[in-house]
Every structure is written in C-alpha cells, then in structure tokens.
Write a protein that binds this ligand. Structure first.
Ligand code: KG4
Length: 342
C-alpha cells in the first residue's frame, strides 16, 4: 500500500528585480504564485538599481502577502526563501519576511540557494532523473553544471569574465536598444543574415567547458561603431551576434558531453535555465544538437526560467526528502555572493 503524503511549502524569491511568492506541493503542483517584476522602475537607469529594488521588494512583498489567503498560508508545512546570491537589500527583505512567517506560524524555515533552485527547476516540470546536465545562462552566470542530487552540483565549466546575459545587455545598450538588452536584441535579429558579420569565438579552441565573452563583447561594440550606418545593419548584426553566442554555447556543451563520456557518466536529460534560456534561436539550436546526441532536451517554461518563487519552493521540497528540518531553527543569513555549489 502506498500512502501519499502531500507536503506544501510557501516560498519567497527576492534576489534581484522580481518579487515572487508561491505555494508548491511535492506532487509538482504550483498551488499559488504571484510574481511582480520591477523592470519599469529601473529602465531609465539602464540596469537594476539596488536601492530601488530593495524598496520595491518591501512595498510589493506587503501587497502580495496580503493577497495570499490566510487559509492557504496556514496549510503549508515549510517556509522557504532565497538567501543568496543576489542583491543584499532584496535578500534581507525576503529572508526577514520568511523568518517572520516561520515564527508566527511555527513552521520550519529553509534557506535556499537561488542558483541551485534554477538548476533543479527542470524536475518541477518534467520527469528528469539525476544525474542530468544543465546550462545556466543568466545575467550573472554562465555555467555548465552536472546535477547529481538535490545537494550535489558539479560545475564542469563557467565563465572566466562576463556572462552571456551581460554580453547581450552591453551590446544591446551600445545599439541603443535599452534594458534588458537580450529580448530587444532577439527582436532586432528577426529576418537578419546570421553570417553577415564575423565575430570572434573566444576560448572555443580549448577543449574545456569554460566560457569567455568579454572579447566578443569588445569586438561587437567595435563593429557597431564602424558599420552602424550600413543598410539593414541592425538586423544583420543582431542576427550574427546571436548566432555567435549560440555556437559558443553549443561548442562548450559538446565539450561537456565528451567529459562525461570519458568519465562514463550517462545522462538522459539536458536542460537550459536562466534568462537567456528565453532566447528562441539559442533554444532551437541547442535542442537540435542535444536531440542529435540521443539526450532529451527538457524545456522549462519561460515563466519558470526567469526568477520565480515556485523553483525556490520546489528546491525546498527536494531537500526535505533528504534532510529533517528542525522547528525553532530560524537561522537564515542573507548572503549576496554564494556560489553554485555552496
Ligand atoms: O536569469 P535572469 O532573469 O536574471 C539575472 O541573472 O539577473 O537573466 C536576465 C538576463 C539578462 O541579461 C537578459 O538580457 C537576458 O537574461 N535575456 C535574454 C533574453 N531574455 C532575457 N537574452 C537573450 N535573449 C532573450 N530573449
């Protein structure tokens, strides 16, 4: 006889410019979610302003909590919150609210590493078993990670300078496309010729899984400054730039698969997460390559690729399977600079 016990967690995410609250259960049901993005308050400054983000989290957190029915709040088994990495102001807001709720409702409190939550999110939406490979491509990170369990993350390679998202944002800024640059640049690339401009592919000749995007960024900016008056420049350049990033990511994933093969590690699933995963061209190219290797490309929906509390809740539930959480332990230390595998 199987006895199914439903466990629920209330989770809070506030590490950057999204305030999000969710209730998730161990049967992968997102019972409740509210995510409010602050982008419009940062737009004029060309990037996220930490002080504005912190104040927005305070205001919005209050509002989203008031919207959450008390009955639902009382029904959860755990409270979880992102404790890092991220901007300190937002992390303090989220952690303090979670701590307050845990004390008030007498629930165990689970601090969650935001990056690990991203990497575990494929398991929230599909039947993905350990170990699996994930490409994390966001504004702050670019890394290829082998996820061995809910607690073990092996970094096969990461960027030695800029992240892919940063490269998109900086190049888009020079093109005058505003912030965030990634989605705007993707739009510009529609109908462009991906082979019209030749861009460098730093570090792709070395057979490792590390990335470098700063040289590509500098070369791209130089091209913009010298060719921007040409006919159809924007769409041809944006298309070529996107093609370059996509092919770099593909080469490095290829290297990662070789590393796994050498170590006799068999994976059935691959996933891509973080903001850049929203890019259709990158998704298409990587999916095609991964499927050609007889590996399943597990797609995380857009709403769960960007910052959200559902993945934080899911991470807490994954941990709850292996760790017994103590009540009356309300330690949560907002930490801006934790690593993927901390
Ligand atoms: O994971 P994320 O939402 O948060 C941070 O890490 O801050 O990633 C944001 C990054 C930004 O650099 C943004 O330009 C990029 O993801 N991004 C994209 C696209 N949508 C978001 N880059 C390329 N194409 C897109 N469609």
């Amino acid at each position: 006889i199987y006895i199914f016990i439903i466990m629920k967690v209330l989770a809070i995410e506030s590490s950057c410019d999204d305030t999000s609250i969710a209730i998730v259960d161990n049967f992968k049901k997102i019972k409740y979610i509210q995510t409010i993005n602050h982008q419009k308050f940062h737009k004029d400054f060309g990037g996220v302003v930490p002080e504005i983000a912190a104040r927005q989290h305070l205001d919005i957190m209050d509002m989203v909590l008031k919207n959450l029915p008390l009955k639902q709040l009382k029904s959860v088994d755990y409270i979880a919150a992102t404790y890092g990495p991220g901007l300190i102001g937002g992390l303090i807001v989220g952690s303090s609210v979670a701590k307050g709720l845990a004390i008030a409702f007498n629930k165990p409190l689970l601090p969650i590493n935001h990056l690990q939550a991203h990497l575990l999110s494929p398991r929230l939406v599909a039947n993905v078993s350990f170990p699996y490979l994930c490409l994390l491509v966001s504004g702050g990170n670019t890394a290829i990670v082998l996820i061995e369990s809910a607690k073990r993350f092996k970094i096969l390679g990461s960027t030695i300078d800029d992240s892919a998202g940063e490269c998109f944002d900086k190049v888009a800024k020079v093109m005058g496309l505003g912030y965030p640059g990634g989605p705007a640049l993707e739009k510009k690339a529609i109908g462009g010729d991906p082979h019209s401009f030749k861009l460098p592919s730093p570090l792709t000749k070395t057979k490792n899984c590390n990335f470098s995007f700063s040289g590509l960024k500098t070369a791209a900016i130089r091209i913009i400054q010298t060719h921007n008056k040409e006919k159809n420049f924007e769409k041809n350049f944006a298309s070529s730039f996107q093609e370059s990033i996509s092919s770099i990511l593909k080469i490095k994933i290829k290297n990662a698969l070789s590393v796994l093969k050498e170590k006799n590690i068999i994976i059935k699933d691959f996933s891509i997460c973080g903001g850049v995963a929203a890019n259709k061209k990158i998704n298409y190219d990587l999916k095609k390559y991964i499927n050609s290797q007889n590996i399943n490309f597990s797609q995380v929906p857009l709403s769960l690729c960007t910052d959200n509390a559902a993945m934080i809740g899911w991470n807490a539930l994954e941990l709850s399977k292996t760790i017994k959480f103590k009540k009356n332990n309300y330690n949560i230390r907002p930490t801006p600079n934790i690593l993927i595998n901390e």
